[in-house]
Design a protein around this ligand. Structure first.
Ligand SMILES: NC(=O)c1ccc[n+]([C@@H]2O[C@H](COP(=O)([O-])OP(=O)(O)OC[C@H]3O[C@@H](n4cnc5c(N)ncnc54)[C@H](O)[C@@H]3O)[C@@H](O)[C@H]2O)c1
Ligand SMILES: O=C(O)C1=N[C@H](C(=O)O)CCC1
Length: 271
C-alpha cells in the first residue's frame, strides 16, 4: 500500500490552522507531516497536540518552511499574503502541492504565485466551499441574462478579527458577475460608499463589508432593478467546510501537472 500524502499546515495556531489539523487527524487519506508558525510564536518547539490542549501528536511546531516542505506532498496555507508568497516559492522548490486559502493578495503577490506555479501545482480560492463555488457559476449566469438596468451589489459579513475587505469570496462573486456582463471588474468596482457620493453609476458593481462577533462568512449578491430584486445568498456556519475543501484540493492536486488551479477545477464545476 502506498503511503498517504503528507500535509504541512501553515499558520497552525490560527482559526483555519487548527481546523485543518483536526480534519487531517480525522482523515484516512492524508497524514499530518508538519506544522508551521511564524517566527517568535509561543507554540514553536512545542508538540502540536499539546499546544492545542490535547494529547501529544509527535509533530513539533517549527518556523522553517524549507525543512518542513521537504517532507510533504502538500502544503495547506491559510496565513497572510506576505507569508503565502514566500511559501509559494518554497513549496514549488519542494514540488509539493500548494493549496492557498489566504485572501487579501495583491496583484504583485498573485504574480509571484503565478511564477511559482510553473514548477508545481497551486490550487487557490478565496473560498473553498462547494456552495460558494456553485454560487459563482449561478452569479455569472444571472449577470449574463440581465442588462445594466439591474444594479449589482455584493454584501459580505465576517467575524471581527478579519483583516481584509472585501472578502476573497466577495471578489470571486464580483469577478463572476463582471464576467457574466462581459466587463473587467476593476473598471466597474465601487467599494464602500461614504459621504456625498453622487447617484449610483449605471453598470457599477458595489461591495460592502460587515464585521462583527463570530460570523463565519455570509455573502449576498443583489440584482436590483425598478420594481423587482433578486438576491443570491450563501451562509457558512462552520469553518470545517473550508478546511475540508482545502484538503480535498490537496488530494486532487497529487497527480496534476504544474499550473494554477481553483476550486472549480477541483470540484469539477468548470465550463
Ligand atoms: N479560502 C477560504 O475558504 C478561506 C476560509 C477561511 C479563511 N480564509 C483566509 O485564510 C487566512 C487566515 O484566516 P484565519 O481566520 O485562520 O486567520 P488567523 O489570523 O486566525 O490565522 C493566521 C495564522 O497564520 C500565522 N502566520 C502568519 N505569518 C506566518 C508565517 N510567516 N509563517 C507561519 N505562520 C504564519 C499566524 O500566526 C496565525 O496563526 C485569511 O486570509 C482568511 O481570509 C480563507
Ligand atoms: O474568516 C475569513 O477570513 C474568511 N475568509 C474568506 C474570504 O475572505 O472570503 C472565506 C470566508 C471566511
Amino acid at each position: 500500500m502506498t503511503e498517504k500524502p503528507g500535509v504541512v499546515v501553515t499558520g497552525v495556531s490560527g482559526r483555519m490552522g487548527r481546523m485543518l489539523v483536526r480534519e487531517i487527524l480525522d482523515s484516512d487519506r492524508l497524514r499530518l507531516a508538519g506544522a508551521l508558525e511564524r517566527e517568535g510564536h509561543d507554540w514553536l518547539g512545542r508538540d502540536l497536540g499539546e499546544a492545542m490542549g490535547g494529547a501529544a501528536l509527535g509533530v513539533v511546531v517549527q518556523d522553517d518552511p524549507l525543512d518542513a516542505f521537504a517532507r510533504a506532498q502538500a502544503v495547506v496555507d491559510f496565513t497572510t499574503p506576505a507569508a503565502t508568497v514566500g511559501f509559494a516559492d518554497l513549496a514549488a522548490q519542494a514540488r509539493a502541492v500548494h493549496v492557498i486559502g489566504t485572501t487579501g493578495l495583491s496583484d504583485a503577490d498573485l504574480h509571484r504565485i503565478h511564477v511559482a506555479a510553473r514548477h508545481a501545482v497551486v490550487v487557490r480560492a478565496g473560498n473553498m466551499s462547494l456552495g460558494v463555488n456553485l454560487l459563482t457559476q449561478v452569479t455569472r449566469r444571472v449577470a449574463a441574462a440581465l442588462d445594466a438596468d439591474w444594479d449589482i451589489e455584493i454584501v459580505e459579513a465576517h467575524h471581527n478579527r478579519k483583516v481584509d475587505a472585501p472578502s476573497g469570496t466577495a471578489l470571486m462573486l464580483g469577478e463572476a458577475a463582471a464576467a457574466g456582463r462581459g466587463v473587467a471588474l476593476e473598471k466597474v468596482s465601487d467599494r464602500g460608499r461614504d459621504g456625498l457620493t453622487g447617484a449610483r453609476e449605471r453598470g457599477q458593481i458595489g461591495f460592502h463589508a460587515i464585521r462583527g462577533g463570530d460570523i463565519v462568512g455570509e455573502h449576498e449578491v443583489i440584482f436590483a432593478a425598478a420594481g423587482e430584486r433578486i438576491t443570491l445568498k450563501h451562509v457558512a456556519s462552520d469553518r470545517a467546510l473550508f478546511a475540508r475543501g482545502a484538503l480535498r484540493a490537496a488530494l486532487w492536486g497529487q497527480d496534476k501537472a504544474p499550473g494554477e488551479y481553483d476550486m472549480l477545477d477541483v470540484l469539477g464545476l468548470g465550463d
